[in-house]
Design a protein around this ligand. Sequence first.
Ligand SMILES: [Zn+2]
Length: 69
Amino acid sequence: MGRVNKGINCSIKGCTEQAERSMSESKGRMANDLDISSTSKRIYLCRNHYKEWKKATKEDRETERARWK
Ligand SMILES: [Zn+2]
């Protein structure tokens, strides 16, 4: 996951905001609530959708962290 060059739009359907974050498609799809429209291996999220993604995947990531302890 990393910062995104300017000029890339958010990959969420109907969103026209500029993307701030990118991640692999499989990671992005961990958030079932987000309607991702992407045909590439990477998805791009604007600030708001990245927040939503974080919220939606919080449980999963905490489970993952616990597993690695
Ligand atoms: Zn967005």
